[in-house]
Write a protein that binds this ligand. Structure first.
Ligand code: IMP
Ligand code: MG
Length: 174
């Protein structure tokens, strides 16, 4: 059974916005390098597209955390499934997320990574659902798109591990 998917943000719009954010990051980090932390699995498409558009020196590392049980509601319990390979001491860290919903995952991640002595930590997200925020203290530095409270897929985001490969952002119609 194929689900019906409505396009929310077409591919060209997403690409154009990623380009813009990449430029902004390159300006903000001028004269420095940036250490991208890709939050797996959802952040992987966005991280790659973004990294290609950053013109300052880039290094990358990957982390996998889980905040969800089987459903689509954040449980508040965050587990590290795969940790970073490299230390963060002295690095200009930029956490790259697919989407910020309640903010619980990110809030936990920031606390953990702060303790590793980075020079600074900033946050970049493809999507933000501000109306869903529980952790109000989470400050997002770069947001590509703020979206309404709908469950989205594509560009790395999944529904039951499906649709990550869609080149656009869509909503699964129920
Ligand atoms: P938070 O901890 O509630 O902010 O949840 C963040 C994580 O939940 C994201 O990194 C996604 O993996 C997942 N998530 C939240 N909303 C969506 C959605 O609309 N589609 C797909 N995954 C989502
Ligand atoms: Mg995620």
């Amino acid at each position: 059974m194929e689900d019906k998917i409505r396009v929310l943000l077409p591919e060209d719009e997403v690409d154009a916005r990623v380009e813009e954010i990449g430029k902004k990051i390159s300006e903000d980090y001028a004269g420095q390098s940036v250490h991208l932390i890709c939050v797996l699995k959802g952040g992987v498409f966005f991280t790659c597209e973004l990294a290609k558009r950053i013109t300052v020196p880039v290094s990358m590392d990957f982390m996998c955390v889980s905040s969800y049980g089987a459903g689509t509601q954040s449980s508040g319990v965050v587990r590290i499934i795969k940790d970073l390979d490299e230390p963060l001491a002295g690095k200009h860290v930029l956490i790259v997320e697919d989407i910020i919903d309640s903010g619980r995952t990110l809030s936990y991640l920031i606390e953990v990574l702060k303790q590793r002595g980075p020079a600074d930590i900033r946050i970049c997200t493809l999507l933000d659902k501000p109306s869903r925020r529980v952790k109000k203290e989470v400050q997002v530095d770069y947001t590509c798109f703020s979206i309404p409270d709908e469950f989205v897929v594509g560009y790395g985001l999944d529904y039951d591990q499906k649709y990550r490969n869609l080149p656009y952002i869509g909503v699964v119609e129920v």
